[in-house]
Design a binder for this molecule. Sequence first.
Ligand code: NAD
Length: 247
Amino acid sequence: MEAQAIQPLARLLRDHKGTTIVLTGAGISTESGIPDFRSPGGLYESIDPMEYLSVWALERTPARFWDYFARLFGSFGHIQPNAGHVALARLEAEGYVHTVVTQNIDGLHTRAGSANVLEVHGHVRTVHCTGCAHTFPMAEALRQVADGHCPPGCPRCGELLRPDVVLFGDMLSQAFPQAIEAARASSLTLVVGSSLTVSPANSIAVLSPHLAIINRDPTPADARADLVIHAPAGDTLAALLETLGIP
Ligand code: NAD
């Protein structure tokens, strides 16, 4: 990406240093090898997430839910943060970004070094028991599925385990009101890699007085943004760091 094309974005970041929040979606993680939902080749082309990743699917067909979940998200532990995640962590460390609000469940922002991360759709680090509520590492559930114990059961009481992610039909996570608060307190929201079509997470994008968007494809919020860059997230954020003089 031409450094010149990034100047207006760098200016926005400078103007709103310390009061910028970043809202990320599945698009920031495609360069790490995790498919998003709505791009060509994305997950929506092969499944109806509502049918597979909902509270109803977990309740009615738990073995099918876990078989699918383990195949889709079981390999996240081996996937590495990319240049985009690393750049956001650097922007936070240098005082430009206050909070990263993510719709992603892959945990890559934290692994890249971002400290102030709100995971509004939960994460794949842990599971909990639907009976006794005890929490276990995700590895426990994945091990059981790999050993043929599907759906996985609680090692303490035997009831069904469920991932600590927000499924379709779930209540919002505790991180959601915190994200709303962070967005209201900010002066700039930088959206990275989100189609801004998943409600209510997309509502977070329009709470700051200023909005900038980095996304490969157009979003419904483009028209109201101060700045829109339709380009890959990794290259764009790496160029932003360079323009801001951040090593
Ligand atoms: P989405 O699939 O609706 O939209 C992703 C957007 O990112 C698209 O508009 C696409 O053009 C853009 N994009 C893809 N690759 C890009 C890149 N390299 N650079 C810049 N833009 C890129 O994703 P969403 O808005 O996050 O909503 C989907 C829901 O599914 C969210 O809740 C999300 O958390 C969840 N999900 C999460 C993961 C994950 O944790 N990695 C993966 C798939 C889906």
